[in-house]
Structures are given as structure tokens and as C-alpha cells.
Design a protein. Structure first.
Length: 419
């Protein structure tokens, strides 16, 4: 019974999906048929009747090409999990110049509305993806559209044939029912192959998109490095430099008082020694914030364990011992774990956390989970967004699952061939 129920579910779900695919795939031919029928009906009174169907076919195809392709991508992603990138050209920001005109990346316009409209039409005309969508729209009805139309057509024949009294009609109806039931679980799957084959961006388009992505990542990395340099300068100026200046002044004063007031001189030298010790500790903390020595000496796993000991949480660390990566990647992952544990203490008010460092077929995987109150999100300008940008410089990803009430689960993945 369970197998029969599963089979019936597959047939019913497949039939619904084939109907959807047939509707999407045959939408443009339906416009063509309507335009031709309208031209034939109108042609009795007008000798130019052939022109209007041509115009309607062209306009309808152009207007429906992109919505049809976007619908196909959405269906394939939802039903099969296969993502088919769009690869469309991205619009440049429209900015107002000192002259009062608006620049849209192609030319100048008097108003922002005109600039946006001009930009939209130019992008549509110059984007290679537009012509790829038109090609797909023309091919889709004769591939996935025709195949997906088999189950609905078989069901229609079954309804008409089985409701008739003739023996031939009933036989045809039974054959139509068999065809509809047999083809329903499989007919819609043709859509995935056609979409992957014809809707993917070309190699040049994919490379151009990759260049834009890497350019954005480089800009984010440059900004992050500049902010880190400013932080180090501020810490040195406000901390160690001030202490060293005070140390020099104390030593100079002690030198002058050495003969007149030896006790006061010795007191100043003791203060100078304490200041030197404090400056050394502060410099060590600063260096540890830039590149923890334990990370360089003993690797990522031991560095995370040492970090867990300094966090006011009950942190359990599970890690494979031979995880050795390039130093920049190790530093990014280490500070990522530090950011997540700091958030667990500061924002989530957690009492315990768990860190798991492992590997899969792609590279390094780090899972951090805490029992806090949840509600963490990747808002722009926040620490988690900065962590995602830092990982993106190495093609890494950050996924956060944090429902209200907790727990919060974060997964960092970094592809790495050295593993």
C-alpha cells in the first residue's frame, strides 16, 4: 500500500508539473496562434492584414521572453535544486553631475526618469542574455513544451474517449489515460536539461560576471585592510606610544634627581619599570590581535582551543588535528570563530557553545553553535556582514540559522586544495 501511495503521489505531482511546464512552454506559441487568428479574421476587410500579426508576434515574443526564462529558472531551482544563473548585465548607478544632467553609464539625460528609461532600453538591447532568452523562448515550445503537453493531452483524450459510447473512442481514451499516467512522472524533467543546456550564461558572460565579483571583493578587502591599519595606528598612538613617552619623561626626571634626591629617583625608576611592563603587555596584546602567535606556531585547531579558554563560556572544541591551511585563510577562519563566540557572549547571552572544525570534499567546514537567545542576522554594516566579506575574499561562505529563542548555528566553509 505504501508503494502504491508513493506511486500515485509521483503521478499526481508529475501531472501537475507537466501542466505547469506546458503552460509556460506554450505561452509564446499561444500568442503566435492568437495573432494569426486575429489577422485571418481581420483580413476580410483589410489588405494589410498580414502586417498586424507579424507585429503582434514580434512584440509578444520580445515581451514574454524574459518572464518565461525567469519562470523556467524558478521552476527548475524549486523542483530539482539546480540553479541556472541569469547572467544579465547589471545596471550602473544613475548619478547626477555638476552640470545638472544625469549620467546612466551610457549617456547624459536631463531627468533621472529619462536616464533610467534610456539605461533600461540600452541594457536590454546590448545584453547578450537578451538574445539568449529569445533563442530559448523559440526552442522551448518544440522541446520541453511538446513533451510536457503529452500528459495533459492524454488526459483530455481519456476524458473524451471514455465518456463516449463507441468502442474505438473508448480504446483511444484508455490509451490516452495510459500515456498520461506513464508520462506524468518524467515529462516535466526535460525542462531541466533544456534550461541547463540553453539558459546558462556563455563562457565570456560567466567570466565577465566573475571579474565583477572579484573586483567587488577586492574593494571590500581593501576597505577592511584600511580599517585594520587605522585601528592599529589608533591603538599604538593612544596606548603604547603614550606609555613610552611617559616612560622617557620619567627616566629623564630620574636622571636629574639621581644626585639631589636618590629616593625620588628610585621611585620614578620603579614607575618607569612598571610602565615598561605595561607597554610590553599592551604591545603583545596588539600583536596577538594582528596575528596570534599560537596560530602561527601550532595551527588553527590549537589556536581555536586557546581562544576557547579565554572566552567566558563553556566552549567545547572538536577539530581534526592535521588541519593546516595557508596563513591568510587560517587567520580569516580564526577571527571568524572569535567574532561568533564574541557575539554569543555579548548579544546572545549564551552559557555554552560548541565549535567543530572538519573538512568535506570541497575544503574546510567550521560549525559554531551556542545556546543563546538567537535572533542574529546579517544586517549591512554589522560584524557578521564583515565576516562574510572577509571569507568571500577566499571564495568562502557564511550561513547563519538563528531563530528567536535560539539556538544560533553558524557554518563557515572555505574551499582549500591544501586539505
Amino acid at each position: 500500500m505504501k508503494q502504491l501511495g508513493a506511486w500515485a503521489t509521483r503521478v499526481g505531482m508529475g501531472f501537475v508539473r507537466t501542466c505547469v511546464v506546458a503552460g509556460v512552454g506554450l505561452a509564446v506559441p499561444a500568442v503566435w496562434a492568437g495573432a494569426v487568428a486575429w489577422g485571418i479574421a481581420w483580413g476580410a476587410q483589410n489588405p494589410w492584414s498580414w502586417l498586424m500579426p507579424v507585429v503582434l508576434v514580434c512584440v509578444g515574443t520580445l515581451a514574454l521572453s524574459r518572464p518565461v526564462c525567469q519562470a523556467v529558472r524558478a521552476l527548475v531551482a524549486r523542483w530539482t535544486g539546480t540553479a541556472v544563473p541569469g547572467g544579465y548585465m547589471k545596471a550602473a548607478p544613475v548619478t547626477r553631475m555638476a552640470t545638472g544632467f544625469w549620467w546612466n553609464g551610457f549617456g547624459y539625460e536631463r531627468t533621472r526618469r529619462d536616464a533610467l528609461m534610456d539605461q533600461r532600453w540600452r541594457l536590454w538591447a546590448k545584453d547578450p542574455a537578451t538574445w539568449r532568452d529569445l533563442r530559448f523562448t523559440a526552442v522551448l515550445p518544440f522541446t520541453a513544451g511538446v513533451v510536457a503537453a503529452v500528459p495533459p493531452a492524454g488526459a483530455a483524450v481519456a476524458v473524451v474517449g471514455l465518456s463516449s459510447s463507441g468502442a474505438g473512442a473508448r480504446v483511444a481514451g484508455a490509451l490516452g489515460l495510459v500515456a498520461a499516467v506513464a508520462a506524468s512522472p518524467y515529462a516535466w524533467r526535460v525542462l531541466e536539461r533544456v534550461a541547463v543546456r540553453l539558459l546558462r550564461p556563455s563562457r565570456s558572460m560567466a567570466l565577465a560576471e566573475r571579474v565583477d565579483e572579484l573586483t567587488a571583493r577586492r574593494a571590500d578587502t581593501t576597505i577592511a585592510q584600511a580599517a585594520e591599519i587605522r585601528r592599529i595606528e589608533r591603538d599604538l598612538h593612544d596606548g603604547a606610544q603614550a606609555r613610552l613617552v611617559a616612560l622617557g619623561m620619567s627616566l629623564a626626571t630620574a636622571q636629574k634627581l639621581m644626585d639631589k634626591d636618590p629616593d625620588q629617583a628610585r621611585a620614578l625608576m620603579r614607575d618607569a619599570q612598571a610602565g615598561a611592563t605595561a607597554s610590553l603587555a599592551e604591545l603583545r596584546d596588539l600583536i596577538r590581535g594582528i596575528s596570534p602567535p599560537v596560530l602561527n606556531e601550532r595551527g588553527l585547531a590549537e589556536a581555536v582551543r586557546a581562544l576557547a579558554l579565554d572566552v567566558p563560556l563553556d566552549v567545547a572544541v572538536s577539530a581534526e588535528e592535521d588541519l593546516r591551511l595557508d596563513p591568510p585563510v587560517e587567520a580569516a577562519v580564526y577571527f571568524g570563530v572569535a567574532e561568533l563566540l564574541t557575539n554569543a557572549v555579548k548579544h546572545a547571552r549564551a552559557s555554552r557553545a560548541r565549535v567543530v572544525l572538519g573538512r568535506d570534499h570541497d575544503g574546510l567546514v567550521v560549525d559554531v553553535e551556542d545556546d543563546g537567545r538567537g535572533g542574529a542576522d546579517l544586517r549591512p554594516g554589522g560584524g557578521l556582514a564583515g565576516l562574510r566579506r572577509r571569507l568571500a575574499a577566499f571564495d568562502g561562505t557564511l550561513e547563519i540559522t538563528s531563530p528567536p529563542g535560539g539556538p544560533t548555528r553558524a557554518r563557515m566553509t572555505v574551499p582549500c586544495e591544501s586539505l
